[in-house]
Design a protein around this ligand. Sequence first.
Ligand code: PMP
Length: 504
Amino acid sequence: VRIPLDRASPVPLYQQITGFLREQIRTGSLAPETRLPATRELARLLGTSRVTVANAYADLESEGLLISRMGSGTYVATPPGGTDRAAAERSDGDWPLWQQRLLTSTWLPAMRELDSLLSATPGPDPISFASGMGATDLFPIVDFRKALAAVLREADSETLGYGDRAGNPALCATIAHILGAQGIPARPEEVLITSGSQQALALVARLLLHPGDRVLVESPTYPGAIDLFRSLDVHLQGIPMDEDGMRVDRLEEGMQSGRARLLYTIPTFHNPTGLCLSAGRRRQVLALAQRYNVPVVEDDFAGDLRYDGRALPALKALDPGGWVIYTGTFSKMLMPGLRVGFLVASGPIYNGLLALKRTTDIATSNLMQRALQAYITVGRYQTHLRRACRIYRARRDSLVEALKAYMPEGTRWLTPQGGLFIWVRLPGDLSATELYPLAAQEGVIFAPGSLFYPAEKDQPYLRMNFTLYPDSMLHEGVRRLAAAVARAREPGRRLPRRPLPAQV
Ligand code: PMP
């Protein structure tokens, strides 16, 4: 216990100790049953007499905040009237002025909205379609533990240091190999290891964008990107999509305005729609980028998870040189907790990104990179990938079956050829945000469509992750969702006031 004492204060030391501990106990910072140091020990730590501490403890005991147990010590009691966590929370006006300014920040993180929706969910164990991750039970934990243990056993100065700032060279070479096998040309020196692909996106955005710039994104798009761009005070221009992905005619209009500084796109198994940009459009996007001098960030967060259909060339594979910054991650295929992602960039931008990376976190965890490098070989990655694809394909089919079986007429979706999500359009003008609380009561949650749009709020869409559960749970989840939809459509229930947009 570190108790700040002011020896110049007219308040006696024992009262300062009492006041400090009282506050800690009342606000719950010192939890009931915490054992306090013996009076002699605390007196030594604080440089006071033992009587001072004994007096403080005696006062708190008489207030019912401490209990002394013979032969065992002094413990925090449950405060009479319970802990008052609210007392620990300050109201906005109590913070220093420079902090109060932050309260009026203009961007509301969409991710935070999703987190708060998820944490507000009632019921013990809802079936959740809301997650953005793959199935945690497929993560190769046993093999990875062995790899990590082997690296720790070595524990040489190489492993214990920062390591190469651009990333472990062997891991960069493995990534270049894996990408090469997928038709994406990448030299190990063009690979920069990042703390997840989120950091890769953040580095590119920070290097290339200035407040007021215009960034083109698919509409809808990944909320983590919306939040990132908003945090940099840039304008987002959403490019609508159809079943072939982003509409290039609208993209061209966006680029013609002359102020577009970046195109951020998820061309393969797009988050949230699951759609792929057609091969023809991929070429058109690159042609437009060159015509209008706009760099392209290709976020390939789940491109490996293909269940049917033919692979399409990555934008990076079509890049004539230096136009596309490609980002990838091990989060979906292995585990997000690794926090290992990467980008591939060629040209002067690479050193700019590396320099910025060093100012951000010096380097991505060398230990994790080494463990990953010890675990992963091209063959092993592909074996794991095949297994994940087999399981996810069956789960996607199962979710589609359940949607057909339980959801009312007018519900629409396009079955994706890969990835993690199905983007479902609710029947009529039902808003997914309004449906959410009813669904939570039925024991099912999802990611409401509004989270994925730069501006619009009510949306008739929801994103459903199909990778997490076995068939029976997927069916039960959709049955509950259909029950919530039926309740939402009961006559007399308030419906959204304005017609909802009818995009993909
Ligand atoms: N891009 C997309 C489209 C995502 O969905 C995510 C994670 N949900 C990321 C990037 C970032 O993932 P990570 O930082 O774990 O690599």
